[in-house]
Design a protein around this ligand. Structure first.
Ligand SMILES: Nc1ncnc2c1ncn2[C@@H]1O[C@H](COP(=O)(O)OP(=O)(O)OP(=O)(O)O)[C@@H](O)[C@H]1O
Length: 299
């Protein structure tokens, strides 16, 4: 199997603030918690209008990576650059001020509040002055409706409680919200992990919509079948280390799946089982389950 590992683009070139710099770059980046090395040697780039996928199993280091980029934990090794400037983010607010928004799996929504209220939560529009100041409900409803429609999300009624939406729809509202509030980079933390095939397809479509709006999207997932159709580049993590960084042109879905499943480990297991009494069929079944590709709706 020939896999061309992409050199982390321009990895060694000096990037001085600015022109031609990537929106986000990590160079040999890592994170230590005391003696524990949670993440090491990560090179990746995020660019406007592109989807960078981060794949890895449990404990691979995905959460640690998000925490660094979203400003929740400072990196301890290597470099983190935003538009060419080397940074150490100290809070999610700092990340937001630099245009990096994160949408987490357990979305912070108020289920009983209407969709429009959740859309503007913490950034409510007001009208009038002084004692006559009040929430501009009509405008907030109108903007919510328009922004959702612009992303291709047609919800009948923005007045309904957000808790009545499906998990996938809620993720989509969060994506539209980040786009409206001017995010340049959007981190999506396993947005399809808890969803069925159909809902996952819906979320994947909005990932592409955010990309088409010019955002640099970082899509965290453990599912290569979700990553491959929407991704432009793929960072593979395993036990806190980068095991590959590929451009789409340099890897196929089968190769990505094999890398994720630990192709070599599976072969070894097949060999061992065979010696124990020929259970190679079990391996075939494992592979079939892994090949269960969900439908991704056309853009
Ligand atoms: N605060 C911490 N202190 C010490 N070790 C940590 C801390 N956070 C993460 N780790 C360790 O770093 C490694 C990577 O963990 P991380 O949570 O980033 O993986 P993950 O890919 O997000 O896994 P999962 O999908 O299971 O959430 C693990 O070995 C974990 O035990």
């Amino acid at each position: 199997m020939a896999i061309n590992q992409a050199t982390a683009t321009d990895a060694q070139q000096p990037v001085s603030a600015e022109q031609g710099a990537h929106l986000i770059s990590l160079r040999d980046a890592g994170k230590r918690y005391g003696n524990i090395l949670a993440l090491q040697g990560v090179d990746m780039d995020v660019d406007p209008g592109r989807v960078t996928c981060v794949l890895g199993d449990n404990g691979a280091g995905k959460s640690t990576l998000i925490k660094i980029i979203a400003g929740r934990h400072e990196h301890t090794d290597g470099e983190f650059l935003i538009e060419g400037e080397s940074v150490h983010l100290r809070s999610p607010r700092e990340a937001l001020e630099r245009g990096i928004a994160a949408v987490y799996q357990d979305l912070a929504v108020v289920p009983l509040m209407p969709i429009w209220r959740n859309f503007f939560l913490g950034s409510e529009l007001t009208k009038g002055f002084g004692p006559f100041k009040s929430l501009d409900v009509e405008q907030m409803k109108e903007i919510t409706k328009k922004e959702l429609l612009d992303m291709g999300i047609d919800l009948r009624d923005v007045d309904q409680p957000i808790g009545q939406l499906s998990g996938g729809e809620r993720q989509c509202v969060a994506i539209a919200r980040a786009v409206y509030f001017g995010a340049k980079a959007l981190i999506l933390d396993e947005p399809t992990a808890a969803l069925g095939v159909k809902q996952s397809g819906v979320v994947l479509r909005y990932i592409l919509a955010a990309r088409d709006r010019g955002l640099g999207v970082i899509f965290i997932t453990h599912n290569p079948h979700h990553a491959f159709p929407v991704g432009d580049s793929f960072l593979l993590l395993k036990r806190g280390k980068s095991i590959g960084y590929y451009d789409k042109a340099d890897i196929t879905l089968d190769e990505l799946t094999a890398q994720m499943a630990g192709g070599a480990e599976l072969e070894e297991l097949a060999h061992e089982l065979e010696q124990l009494g020929g259970y190679t069929q079990d391996i075939a079944v494992i592979r079939e389950v892994e090949d269960d590709i969900p439908d991704v709706p056309a853009k």
